[in-house]
Design a binder for this molecule. Structure first.
Ligand SMILES: Nc1ncnc2c1ncn2[C@@H]1O[C@H](COP(=O)(O)OP(=O)(O)O)[C@@H](O)[C@H]1O
Ligand SMILES: [Mg+2]
Length: 289
């Protein structure tokens, strides 16, 4: 049995009294969980090799039981042809591996938000409480900067569409139970214009303090976060700024062995894409092989 799996299971039992939904990421230094509010958009910044992809896998590991229960639904945007997301495809309801597929998938999510807002109005409610009927939708975007910087006009057009949809989803997702988790290498604003829309920030190793201020915020740095001091040989060492408690938390994410994770999710059946987006043309599904 995977060491990380055992730790995650043990930590699940140690869940604190706080019952608000949260991502509980194991910290291998203190053997406790770092508690990250679930439902708020999360931005992960870190240089190449700092451990972003592994941290995303660690986050996915903590969500397995929710995917199994059917109140969390994972969608992947993986513009390297969907290769990384495909390695854990049993967890995903849909994987977009190209910019065209990304636009289609984000349009579906945008329509879902409209439908959920309609439901909220009809039911005089202010926000969706995730359930099997209306699961929390989490869009996982590794290497989110691949949504920028194309050269040929056609791709530029598609990228602009995707960026615009992402912006709308970031604005309206919170109350409609749609959350984005994105990972980027370069937190500079001119590069990643949507940065300000992410209230929660995790920062792995970065090149310098200026990057860290952009990736988190000045308060996090004042409170002690120093991701530029993380050595290159320490992937997974990270800072999280807890906007609730106003504290900067340093933690070490567990190493995720992909074989063990795959074994663990072998029999998982996520919500079907036709169930999530009932009355529309279907975005790409991993089941269409
Ligand atoms: N928490 C961790 N503990 C140990 N090794 C890690 C950890 N996170 C990542 N690594 C290793 O560091 C390397 C880079 O990790 P990766 O997640 O691919 O970084 P990034 O996506 O930021 O480029 C990989 O070989 C990975 O196995
Ligand atoms: Mg990576």
């Amino acid at each position: 049995m995977a060491i990380h799996t055992m730790r995650i299971l043990t930590n699940r039992k140690k869940r604190r009294a706080d019952t608000r939904p949260a991502l509980l990421i194991p910290d291998t230094i203190t053997d406790t969980d770092v508690r990250i509010p679930l439902g708020l958009h999360l931005l992960i910044s870190g240089t190449t090799g700092s451990g972003k992809t592994n941290l995303l896998l660690a986050i996915l590991s903590t969500l397995i039981c929710r995917v199994e229960a059917g109140d969390v639904c994972l969608l992947a945007v993986d513009l390297k042809d969907g290769v990384s997301a495909n390695a854990v495809k049993n967890l995903y309801t849909s994987i977009a591996g190209t910019i065209e597929e990304t636009v289609v998938l984000l349009q579906k999510v945008r329509s879902l938000i409209t439908a959920r807002n309609q439901w909220l109005k009809e039911n005089l409610q202010l926000e969706i409480q995730p359930s099997q009927e209306q699961p929390l939708v989490i869009i996982v975007i590794d290497e989110a900067l691949q949504l920028y910087g194309a050269i040929d006009p056609d791709t530029i057009k598609q990228q602009r569409k995707a960026q615009d949809l992402l912006d709308q989803i970031l604005l309206m997702g919170r109350s409609t139970a749609v959350m984005i988790i994105a990972a980027i290498q370069d937190p500079r604003k001119e590069v990643f214009k949507l940065r300000e829309r992410f209230p929660e920030r995790i920062t792995l190793r970065l090149n310098d303090k200026a990057e860290a201020i952009m990736a988190m915020n000045q308060t996090a740095i004042t409170q002690g976060a120093a991701p530029w001091l993380i050595p290159t040989g320490r992937p997974g060492l990270a800072w999280f700024y807890d906007t609730d408690a106003h504290t900067a938390i340093r933690f070490q994410a567990p190493y995720i062995n992909i074989d063990n994770l795959q074994a663990e999710i072998e029999n998982i059946r996520p919500i079907d894409v036709s169930q999530l987006f009932p009355d529309s043309t279907q975005p790409p599904s991993h089941k269409e092989e």
